[in-house]
Write a protein that binds this ligand. Structure first.
Ligand code: ATP
Ligand code: MG
Ligand code: FE
Length: 342
């Protein structure tokens, strides 16, 4: 099985070729950091235009590199949401054109499903059902992943995502965009106990997350002029990790049995977060699985892999008029219970 994956939901334009044996035959990724940096965050119109300019050359590049023709593909998988709608449309329309031209099945992939299944691309030993902490720029959730399309959400954030908290803290610390990696670097040289910061919801019996209060406290710490930036970064990262551990522990306690504790999404690239979760998994007697860094942040290999998983599970191709979706929850039932925004 050979699938072309396309990703364009935020600020990385990416294409990748992945086969059923988990081999990434070729991949190419163009980040838009330089375009968005002057604005301190992703500007949707700039993102959509950059995707439109770069995607087709990237697709040609991976096909050429792997010496694969359109006719050799089993399917074309593209992110169809959730994300910035202009960018998602660029990727989905490109995939539709390729599917039509090559008479190949189109697979409309949920970007979050790409993150959720990425650990199985990285590690063939990972079996369903597993507990997943999905921590990215737009999401912070604990899910029980029982199979392709079988996602039970046990926890979510009631305000900011974890990646968003890193990005906003980076901004007030003057570290620029994108903020997560910069905060991690600065935190490595600071004292995580130097600045007293809140741990929102820690101790609560419900497993949900909240980071807005922590973000505001970071802003006050910066404004006070009383602390070294590296101490604020380290203290913020520690507070965030304390929240994640406590909340994930509660979610695990309410979850049916699982084979492993797994982390995915951009923040899973953070070494301190990974180390803390490894300890939590050990406490529960569970193996801990985290994809390599490059599969944590947005990439097209995870989208191709989600397509391969869907094919293997017997999912039919999506119609060529399938829509791009700005919102697309993995567990719509949980969404109904908690209401929009949760
Ligand atoms: P979503 O997947 O929810 O739609 P997204 O695609 O924008 O959002 P990802 O690309 O998965 O998110 O992750 C990007 C986020 O990960 C950013 O918020 C970024 O700051 C954060 N991030 C990346 N590397 C690190 C790191 N080393 N430490 C902390 N955060 C990080
Ligand atoms: Mg990005
Ligand atoms: Fe993402």
């Amino acid at each position: 099985v050979l699938v072309l994956g396309i990703e364009s939901s935020c600020d990385e334009t990416a294409a990748a070729l992945v086969d059923g044996d988990r081999r990434i035959l070729a991949q190419a990724i163009a980040s838009q950091e330089a375009e968005h940096a002057p604005y301190g965050g992703v500007v949707p119109e700039i993102a959509a235009r950059a995707h439109a300019e770069r995607l087709v050359p990237l697709v040609e590049k991976v096909l050429n590199e792997a010496k694969v023709g359109l006719d050799e593909l089993d399917a074309i998988a593209a992110t169809a949401g959730p994300g910035l709608i202009g960018g998602v449309m660029v990727g989905l329309v490109t995939a539709k054109a390729l599917a039509m031209a090559g008479d190949k099945p189109l697979l409309a992939i949920n970007h979050l499903e790409g993150h959720a299944l990425s650990p199985r691309l990285a590690d063939a030993s990972l079996q369903y059902p597993y507990a997943l902490l999905l921590v990215s720029g737009g999401h912070c959730q604990v899910l029980r992943v029982a199979g392709v399309g079988q996602y039970q959400r046990l926890a979510t954030t009631i305000d900011d995502a974890l990646g968003e908290a890193f990005d906003k803290s980076a901004k007030v610390l003057g570290l620029g965009y994108p903020g997560g990696p910069a905060v991690e670097r600065l935190a490595a040289t600071g004292n995580p106990r130097a600045v007293p910061l809140p741990r929102p919801l820690v101790g609560s019996g419900e497993p949900h997350f909240s980071f807005a209060g922590l973000k505001s406290a970071v802003l006050r710490a910066v404004d006070s002029g009383q602390h070294r930036p590296e101490d604020i970064a380290a203290s913020f990262q520690q507070a965030a990790i304390d929240c994640v551990l406590d909340r994930t522990r509660i979610a695990l306690a309410t979850m049916e049995p699982v084979t492993a504790l797994v982390v995915a999404g951009g923040v899973a690239a953070n070494k301190a977060v990974r180390a803390a979760l490894e300890g939590l998994a050990a406490d529960h007697g569970l193996p801990f699985i985290a994809p390599p860094m490059a599969l944590c942040t947005d990439n097209a290999a995870m989208i191709a892999w989600a397509g391969i998983e869907k094919l293997a599970a017997g999912h039919a191709a999506d119609p060529l008029d399938v829509s791009a979706r700005p919102r697309w929850p993995l567990d719509p039932a949980a969404e109904l219970v908690r209401g929009a925004g949760y």
